[in-house]
Design a protein around this ligand. Structure first.
Ligand code: ZN
Length: 309
């Protein structure tokens, strides 16, 4: 069966179709083939999408997960990185590479975390699996009627400190041990108070037992952005120093005896910034060092034993 097919406004094509006596089936086939080709061209991802490398590949609770994105077309535009729907700060490392930190803690549920990297070179969405980790448990008995220590002043100052994300990376290499004292309590210890599990508590740092007056050094270079004193209302933390290492990485040192620095000072790795004490809510002389990444207290051990670019 032959059929004349009219293409409105295309007399040339119409004439050609007539001349070559195309069947309606062959025209339908050519139309479908064209549509499929167009669809495949539109939905295929660009050949040169970002490379995304996640380290460590198998993180456990408390680890800092480093996500490195490498561009391939030199678009030189910081990609947007979201993890389970939240946006995370991303910084250029040079040579078309970008780094995002996903901080984790004992409060992060184990399981799948979906990373979404999106920018001018397309979209990648790898996933990372966070594994459970066993943390030591303490059973604390509190005397009845004990009041909660801490002032709004110190909580506001410390909360503001944890939210700082500055653009310059000031640390380099592995972090140093901030005190020569022995570790008296490790990161991540969970607690029961009077037999009840404290859902939101975990030890947000590392404790070093050391003599009052022994030196506390900066574990990495940074800028002093917080100095709090008992006399100003730091009744829970005691004398406190907060150091910004840049790009969302911060150290806090609490229960200090003396403070040798002022807000705004730049400190070098290894520089003495204060001394160990027992100020604030402390049962004996020790240094508490908390390492925060994007506002989450992470395990400092990988920062001490390894390096983060
Ligand atoms: Zn502590």
């Amino acid at each position: 069966m032959k059929q004349n097919i009219s293409f409105y406004g295309l007399p040339g094509l119409n004439a050609a179709l007539k001349k070559h006596q195309f069947s309606w089936k062959s025209v339908l086939f050519m139309t479908l083939a064209g549509a499929v080709t167009l669809f495949v061209t539109l939905v295929q991802p660009p050949v040169h999408a970002y490379d995304v490398v996640i380290q460590p590949a198998g993180p456990r609770q408390g680890d800092t997960v480093s996500i490195i994105t490498t561009e391939k077309q030199g678009t030189a535009d910081v990609p947007a990185v979201t993890i389970n729907g939240s946006t995370f700060p991303t910084f250029a490392l040079g040579n078309g590479r970008y780094r995002t930190f996903l901080p984790t803690s004992p409060l992060h549920t184990s399981g799948e975390y979906v990373i979404r990297v999106e920018g001018p070179e397309g979209l990648r969405n790898p996933m990372v699996w966070l594994s459970d980790r066993a943390f030591r448990t303490q059973y604390i008995t509190l005397p009845p009627g004990r009041s909660n220590l801490g002032t709004d002043y110190e909580f506001d100052k410390v909360d503001a400190f944890k939210q700082i994300v500055s653009s310059d990376k000031l640390w380099s290499g592995s972090f140093l041990r901030p005190s020569q004292g022995r570790v008296s309590s490790e990161y991540g210890v969970r607690r029961y108070y009077n037999g009840v599990f404290a859902e939101n508590y975990y030890h947000r740092g590392v404790d070093y037992a050391a003599a009052i007056g022994s030196p506390v050094i900066a574990p990495a270079a940074g800028r002093v952005v917080l100095v709090g004193r008992v006399s100003d209302g730091f009744e829970l933390h005691g004398n406190t120093i907060g150091v910004d290492h840049g790009q969302g990485v911060e150290s806090i040192f609490i229960h200090l005896n003396s403070i040798n620095v002022q807000e705004g000072d730049f400190v070098q790795a290894g520089q003495v910034i204060g001394t160990v004490g027992s100020t604030g809510a402390s049962t004996g002389p020790h240094l508490h060092w908390g390492l925060y990444v994007n506002g989450v207290a992470v395990d400092p051990a990988p920062w001490r034993n390894g390096t983060f670019e």
